[in-house]
Design a binder for this molecule. Structure first.
Ligand SMILES: Nc1ncnc2c1ncn2[C@@H]1O[C@H](COP(=O)(O)OP(=O)(O)OP(=O)(O)O)[C@@H](O)[C@H]1O
Ligand SMILES: [Mg+2]
Length: 254
């Protein structure tokens, strides 16, 4: 385990938005088959970190990135193909973003874009992804319905199925449970534990207890700085390395 190469490496990553520094000198890695929790109050740079990985920061005109982000030891900013890079990284946004199309097409969209034409293959992929996202049983008889007709929690699971449809190696979730009920949240948490046997997961969450339940290690960001990262149990224990971590995870601020 110790000698295993990290799946993702952020190395002295600094991100500016104009004059504002959103991330300062962050060095952090995500290991294979790990769920890494990212916690921290609003504005601490959690979403920015995910956007640095899938290179959507580049869509923000005044964003400036220094340092390095590597996937499997290769600099993502030198990736020969941006679409190919983005296919390796699944991204689930805080609120479900349904494409205005059927449940089936939402999941089949990315495979079709990648050139899959066979109906049998697509059917299989759609089923697998919906099963993995714990949604299959609820939608298998209505795959032609619009995705937007699903409940909020179902739509969020549909976005997870969609993120899985291009078989990502890294799944990034940005506060996925913000708009869903606790029961659905628990179901998705089970899904994530199962998925981490195969892929690596970056779990950004405002719910510190969610990191505690799920993450193997947790990183605490505060005002763009990585305060500490370590095994989740240690961070939530009596003696994290930094007293600000103790204050945050025990609800003293944030
Ligand atoms: N497109 C942008 N332009 C300018 N500043 C931005 C932009 N996106 C983020 N920021 C700033 O960068 C900092 C980090 O933002 P980020 O969205 O990463 O925080 P966060 O930890 O995800 O917060 P939240 O918990 O509210 O989602 C904030 O101060 C924010 O205002
Ligand atoms: Mg955010």
């Amino acid at each position: 385990m110790v000698s295993e190469r990290p799946k993702v490496q952020f190395e002295t990553l600094t991100v500016h938005f104009g004059e504002h520094i959103a991330l300062k000198d962050v060095t952090l890695d995500l290991r294979p088959n790990e769920i890494l929790g990212i916690i921290g109050p609003a504005g601490s740079g959690k979403t920015t970190l995910l956007r640095a990985l899938n290179r959507t920061l580049e869509l923000t005109r005044d964003a400036r990135i220094e340092g390095k982000v590597q996937l499997d030891g290769e600099d993502v900013y030198r990736a020969p193909s941006l679409p190919a890079l983005r296919r390796r990284i699944g991204m689930v946004a805080p609120l479900p973003v349904g494409l205005p199309m059927s449940i089936y097409d939402n999941v089949a969209f990315a495979p079709r874009m990648a050139g899959v034409r066979s109906k049998t293959t697509l059917d299989g992929l759609v089923e697998t992804c919906l099963v993995q996202a714990a949604l299959w049983d609820e939608v298998k008889d209505r795959l032609a319905d619009l995705g937007t007709k699903l409940s909020g929690g179902q739509q969020q699971r549909l976005t997870i199925a969609r993120a899985l449809s291009h078989e990502p190696e890294v799944l990034c979730l940005d506060e996925f449970s913000i708009a869903i009920d606790p029961v659905t949240t628990m179901r998705i948490e089970e899904v994530l534990k199962e998925l981490s046997r195969r892929i690596s997961i970056l779990l950004v969450t405002n719910l510190v207890q969610q990191a505690r339940r799920l993450a193997h290690r947790t990183a605490f960001l505060l005002m763009g700085e990585l305060v500490e990262v370590g095994p989740t149990e240690g961070l939530f224990g009596r003696n994290p390395s930094d007293s600000r971590t103790f204050d945050y995870v025990h609800g003293m601020f944030g």
